[in-house]
Design a protein around this ligand. Sequence first.
Ligand code: GDP
Ligand code: CA
Length: 337
Amino acid sequence: MRITALAGGVGGARFLRGLLHHLDSRPPAAGDGPHEVIVIGNTADDVTLHGLRICPDLDTVMYTLGGGIHPEQGWGRAGETFGVAAELEAYGAEPQWFTLGDRDIATHLVRTRMLGLGYPLSAVTEALCARWQPGVRLLPMSDDPIETHVVIDDPDADPAPDGSPAVKAVHFQEWWVRLHAAAPARQILAVGIDQAKPAPGVLDAIAGADVVVLPPSNPVVSIGTILAVPGIRDAIRATRAPVVGVSPIIGGAPVRGMADACLTAIGVETSAAAVADLYADFLGGWLVAPGDHGSVMPDDVALRAVPLLMTDLEATAAIAGAALDLAQELAGESAGR
Ligand code: GDP
Ligand code: CA
């Protein structure tokens, strides 16, 4: 079975760890080849700080599946130390709202050096994964630089002549990490996305999949940006594979993080159904939490209610199993038609 998943950071990575655990416990049937999982990772969170190119979502997937993640935090390295960050602070080097751990910095050094030598991000990611052996093929959504920026009010600048408040654009990381998404987003822009191309292997992974899975990643700044790379959404609409997703929203709120602030910015309600609606042009099946079972889904989306809290590996594997079961049902139906 070839499974292609789209993933952001913590939500995506945790789900994928459960998916691999589920697949491990269900070896392929005799005659079938081994399971293959390809992950298309979000790169719109990427940022350059202190001269280092940082890909938070790719690294979260790589560390989580490779056994190097900080377990409680869900991002960053286990056993991390912050010697470099303390030295940077002593120099007053900005920005200080984004703390880089020493172990993590090694990853960014290798990446930045390879990019500087001209390697595309996909090759760099493959090289980093050679160490971590994540058990999936991890592809960046694009080799072209894409950065999510957020337009917020700028209280320090004079209002425009018509009296409307001055605005400024900040990098997504500044909005998320420094401002905790508390400054209302007037607009969320993926800068560079219109000119970007899918990374090598991405479109083939979608076209050649038996199942396409959307983990419970942020629908705007993780899944939304992946889908906005020209060609990716069309490939997902065209694939013969069933597309199933897991709601990141339970009972009208994100499970962790501030996805509600992102949904509000694009004028979408924070609900499992409204997120499904964002994917209505290709979604076949949608897993929601039991309390959201009454949600009104877009036409032709098969709804299943199962516990959706990724509290531990077993619970997460059960969610992944439910997603694959639903995909199999949908594949059976379309074969029978
Ligand atoms: P990020 O890039 O680190 O923000 O991570 P993602 O975009 O991959 O995932 C963030 C989303 O994961 C948030 O919107 C959360 O609501 C969702 N999430 C986190 N934990 C859980 C969980 O246990 N269950 C479900 N269903 N969603 C979760
Ligand atoms: Ca992210």
